[in-house]
Design a protein around this ligand. Structure first.
Ligand code: URA
Length: 274
């Protein structure tokens, strides 16, 4: 008989249960561990442990609950040292190598993109919680964005945003004009028809595909549906941001790149989420 494990309560739900009353004026109620991760004091999992270990004080009291609401402006101390919860918005581009998985842990032991990123980040950026903005398959290479603010992720992956993502796909065979036309018009997949896409040949066996949605294995499924299985897949642009760092490297984006390249503005971002 299979053991049925009790489902873990999502963090946002624990936080919502602990939060009482309406949102504070001029700021969103956040939860302690997430606020510490976003502000770069320490990544969220470390913050949860530090809180449980009694190392964090909020408003002069030891805080033992990682999901307790924390209001803007409250005094926070970690190991007795005052720490600011003011969080700058950071977005960085990372050139994902093949092999690394976009997940918290890697059951195959090859490594996660979070581990790779932490290895190459300087000390002053390691305290942030870095959220991967969307996913790439293990064997996909190319542009993966990370942010310390989960609202960038919510924005970029929302089905309403339609942020263009440009892929270069090496395929088996030589795609016909009819196949390219089908990719452009929309292909019917198991989870419904795809949105109109950009599709053109870059070489006889290489397709450039621009999608404005991000379904699971979408590029591979679209190419397989038109008869040209994917051999290699690389993402070279998201919005108008074009990957410009070598494999395994990263760089921070400027405010203008985030606003113009991604179309993300904090003020216009959705309200509190998970
Ligand atoms: N589509 C896929 O099939 N894989 C990716 O990694 C990204 C888009």
């Amino acid at each position: 008989m299979r053991t049925v494990r009790p489902k873990k309560t999502p963090r946002w739900l624990e936080a919502a249960r602990l939060r009482k009353g309406p949102m504070p004026p001029g700021g969103r109620a956040d939860w302690l561990a997430r606020a510490l991760g976003r502000a770069g004091v320490m990544p969220r999992a470390e913050a949860e442990q530090a809180i449980r270990d009694g190392r964090v004080e909020v408003g002069g009291q030891v805080a033992r609950e990682p999901f307790a609401p924390v209001l803007p402006g409250v005094e926070v101390r970690v190991d007795g040292q005052a720490r600011s919860l003011e969080a700058p918005l950071h977005v960085l581009m990372f050139h994902k190598p093949a092999g690394a998985i976009v997940a918290g842990t890697d059951p195959e032991g090859v490594g996660t993109v979070f581990e790779l990123l932490r290895e190459v980040l300087p000390e002053e950026l390691r305290g942030f919680e870095w959220y991967a903005v969307g996913r790439l398959d293990r064997d996909t290479t190319g542009l993966l964005l990370f942010s310390n603010d989960e609202r960038v992720l919510q924005y970029a992956t929302s089905p309403e945003t339609h942020l263009p993502k440009r892929y270069v796909v090496q395929v088996s065979g030589r795609p016909s004009k009819a196949a390219l036309w089908r990719l452009r018009e929309g292909v019917v997949l198991e989870d419904g028809p795809t949105r109109p896409a950009g599709a053109r040949l870059r070489a006889l066996d290489q397709v450039e595909l621009v999608l404005t949605e991000g379904r699971h294995h979408q590029v591979k499924r679209m190419l397989a549906a038109v008869g040209y299985p994917v051999r290699t897949l690389h993402r070279e642009a998201v919005g108008s941001l074009v990957l410009d760092v070598p494999t395994g490297h990263w760089r921070l984006l400027s405010e203008a790149e985030v606003a113009e390249g991604l179309g993300f503005k904090l003020a216009a971002a959705p309200g509190e989420g998970g």
